[in-house]
Write a protein that binds this ligand. Structure first.
Ligand SMILES: NC(=O)c1ccc[n+]([C@@H]2O[C@H](COP(=O)([O-])OP(=O)(O)OC[C@H]3O[C@@H](n4cnc5c(N)ncnc54)[C@H](OP(=O)(O)O)[C@@H]3O)[C@@H](O)[C@H]2O)c1
Length: 281
């Protein structure tokens, strides 16, 4: 059996490769990378796989039985990138695709959902047996805002009372490994999220507890939040996106209490206290 992983030099991809190596001979794992020279430390075969160079795609998938398609990080380009990867998978005779999508990709108000839903449709239309791992937010997404809160004494956001059922990258990586190595997952869509949601006020309270000083949460109007992020050096278009996502979060876009992630990985997901501990370092 050969399992290939896209984005293998990325943060999630690296964890998946490491976890797969604990359960499979390294010779059965292929790291697909835009720059294979950055994959040398992974200890598995690395193949060039650049979404913007379509000629690298089908050859990169030669002999691959199962493909873990970790979504591209190039927001706005992912529809055509992923569609080209799915076409290459068909051409190469890949037997199965596992795709890291977004929580409730087909109905989410998050702008990110459009490209994920488009990718899910392309995979479904390909006829290749598949599983969708609809990942919720990473706890690690809060690294910058927690560092900002420690520096300035206030955690800012615009998500109001919205609950965020985040989990760690390691949790989502364990789910990917469980599905890649397990059976009975074809045709399934898993809504993956942390066991316990938290509000940004609860995040601030946990940061305060661990830092040993009071760091309150300040909820801002969307435009003020975007301006504050831009003022802190976040590129303006990304600051606008982050602020808009917080409004979606306020409306419940990242809350889920289905516990499908902990069921898949056979353990509780990483909680808020451990997540904050990892962020504070
Ligand atoms: N659920 C969440 O909260 C959340 C948060 C952030 C991102 N995401 C999504 O989850 C994915 C994995 O997360 P992550 O933290 O591992 O992200 P990441 O560290 O940014 O990794 C993204 C991977 O995509 C690869 N990539 C981007 N453009 C490419 C191209 N043109 N050709 C080939 N490879 C390309 C990158 O290659 P290089 O290593 O060469 O840069 C990298 O390996 C992200 O890409 C994004 O779609 C989810």
């Amino acid at each position: 059996m050969t399992i290939a992983i896209t984005g293998a030099t990325g943060q999630l991809g690296r964890i998946v490769v490491e976890k797969l190596k604990e359960k499979l001979p390294a010779g059965e794992i292929v790291a697909l990378a835009r720059n294979p020279e950055r994959a040398g430390d992974l200890g598995v075969e690395a193949r060039r796989f650049d979404y913007d160079r379509p000629e690298t795609l089908a050859p990169g998938l030669a002999g691959v039985d199962t493909l873990l398609l970790i979504s591209s990080s190039e927001v706005g380009k992912r529809g055509p990138q992923h569609t080209a990867i799915v076409a290459a998978a068909r051409q190469a005779g890949v037997g199965r695709i596992v795709y890291t999508s977004l929580l409730r990709a087909d109905t989410t108000p998050l702008s990110l959902g459009t490209e994920h839903a488009e990718t899910e449709r392309a995979i479904a239309a390909s006829g290749i047996p598949h599983t969708f791992l609809r990942n919720g937010w990473y706890l690690e997404n809060y690294a910058a805002s927690v560092q900002g809160a420690l520096a300035h004494g206030t955690l800012i956001g615009a998500a109001g009372e919205g609950r965020i059922a985040a989990a760690s990258r390691a949790d989502y990586a364990d789910a990917a490994v469980a599905v890649l190595l397990g059976t009975g997952h074809d045709g399934k869509t898993y809504e993956l999220a942390g066991d316990t949601g938290f509000t940004l006020a609860e995040l601030a309270a946990e940061v305060s507890r661990q830092a040993g000083r009071d760091i309150p949460y300040r909820n801002l109007p969307q435009a003020d939040h975007a301006a504050a992020l831009a003022g802190a050096g976040v590129p303006a278009p990304f600051a606008e996106m982050l602020a808009a996502w917080d409004i979606d979060i306020a409306n419940g876009a990242l809350f889920d209490d289905g516990h499908q992630l902990s069921r898949l990985i056979g353990r509780p997901t990483t909680g808020l206290a451990d997540g904050v501990k990892a962020l504070i370092g």
